[in-house]
Design a protein around this ligand. Structure first.
Ligand SMILES: Cc1ncc(COP(=O)(O)O)c(C=O)c1O
Length: 404
């Protein structure tokens, strides 16, 4: 009989990563001086891969809120939300989020991944989900868990989406699922067209705002606020692990829908509630998002400075004004070599390879944060110059010589 463990013993990616000195896949952080400076392998280097966009994980107010919650409520809720795990803090966070997002209700779960999985409660065999090709794995997994039919449209291809809507049997419930800011390439969905199509065909729209909440829009409510299209989105999802400097996630929408998910979603029913420290940190970070727009302004300035510097070197660094700056490489080994050269030059970026992206779409992903100083942004750019020349992805004179 074949051994189900056999495949684990000698798989190619594993071998490549080990030989590149990248085991287990990314180096472990030993100490954190700030969200933009960490010690790895005994060296202080610039962190350019963290999704702590507003730099709030280092904010003394957020840290104190987490400490206080541990002091008064302990380290764990030790039970699911439907059993003993709901504390008044969870309810406060849900009420605050619902009010912030101008929705009737919200449900907070222990990770963003689980939050997306919880949408499976809405998705039975009779429903069809129309999903962008570049959607996060958790959104794709939710459809599988629920058992709905998934039809994938080419990334941001609105004509393909329109065709799929027109091709769906009349009377079928349809949920369009996409992301405000796409997690890897940092581009935005075409929300004006999507909301128009959803309205025209009577489909519901769910938007994953993991990477835009707290960052985009005058008040930080993400892409729907930025584009003035909040009423066109039926279900908003966000995580707390990025701008809100914590761990967890939330769905916000109509009260009946949120209650239904709360009761029927396995990830909500069969998993422990967010820890008190995570809830308290997210609540405090939300206060800061609501009252201090300067952090948003700073991260967007840093992202623009980074993009401009990379373009001057000859890199194509994404078009959208978001904190996620992608450097497309398009080759697995080249991506790892560039990542390694950047790391050796003192910059910790994200090597984005399959399965995080489709094969051939490999990239180095940089996250700008409000914590980066101008000097750090300039050093990141400089490192891309050095590393790019070492690996041969840009020419010796930089601009205009890029092979990317
Ligand atoms: C678009 C998107 N949705 C959901 C998630 C899952 O969130 P979390 O990591 O907080 O579980 C992520 C995380 O990377 C993401 O990028």
């Amino acid at each position: 009989m074949p051994d189900v463990f056999d495949k684990c013993r000698d798989w190619e990616t594993h071998r490549i990563f080990k030989s590149a000195g990248l085991y287990p896949f990314a180096p472990a952080v030993e100490e954190v001086r700030s969200p933009s400076e960490v010690r790895v392998g005994g060296r202080w280097i610039i962190m350019a891969a963290s999704n702590d966009y507003l730099g709030l994980s280092a904010d003394p107010r957020v840290q104190e809120a987490a400490r206080e919650a541990i002091g008064t409520r302990g380290t764990s809720c030790s039970g699911s939300r439907l059993a003993n795990g709901t504390h008044v803090l969870h309810l406060e966070l849900e009420e605050r989020l619902a009010a912030f997002l101008h929705r009737e209700a919200a449900l907070a779960l222990s990770t963003g991944y689980q939050t997306n999985l919880a949408v499976s409660a809405l998705l039975g065999g009779d429903e069809v989900v129309l999903s962008d090709q570049d959607n996060h794995a958790s959104l794709r997994d939710a459809v599988r868990l629920g058992g709905a039919v998934e039809r994938v449209f080419r990334h941001n291809d609105m004509e393909h989406l329109r065709w799929l809507l027109a091709d769906t049997r009349p009377g079928t419930g349809v949920l369009i699922v996409t992301e405000g800011v796409f997690s890897m390439a940092g581009d935005m969905c075409d929300l004006p067209r999507i909301t128009e199509l959803a309205g025209r065909y009577g489909a519901r729209l769910m938007l994953d705002c993991a990477h835009d909440l707290g960052v985009l829009g005058a008040a930080g409510r993400g892409v729907p606020e930025l584009l003035g299209l909040e009423s066109g989105v039926d279900l908003v999802m966000t995580t707390f692990s990025k701008s809100l400097a914590s761990l967890g996630g939330a769905l916000a929408g109509e009260a009946d829908v949120i209650d239904y998910i709360r009761h029927w979603a396995s990830p909500a029913v069969f998993s422990a509630a967010m820890t008190p420290a995570s809830v308290a940190a997210a609540l405090k970070a939300l206060d800061i998002v609501e009252s201090e727009p300067e952090h948003r302004e700073r991260v967007m300035r840093n992202a623009a400075r980074l993009r401009e510097g990379l373009r001057d070197l000859g890199y194509e660094a994404g078009q959208a004004p978001t904190p996620v700056v992608p450097v497309h490489v398009g080759d697995f080994m080249l991506c790892l070599r560039l990542w390694r050269a950047l790391f050796d030059a003192g910059v910790f970026t994200g090597a984005v390879i399959h399965p995080a992206v489709r094969q051939g779409r490999e990239m180095i992903r940089i996250s700008a944060t409000a914590a980066h100083t101008d000097a750090q942004i300039d050093r990141i750019v400089e490192a891309f110059g050095e590393a790019g020349r070492t690996v041969g992805v840009i020419g010796s004179r930089g601009a205009g010589r890029s092979r990317l």
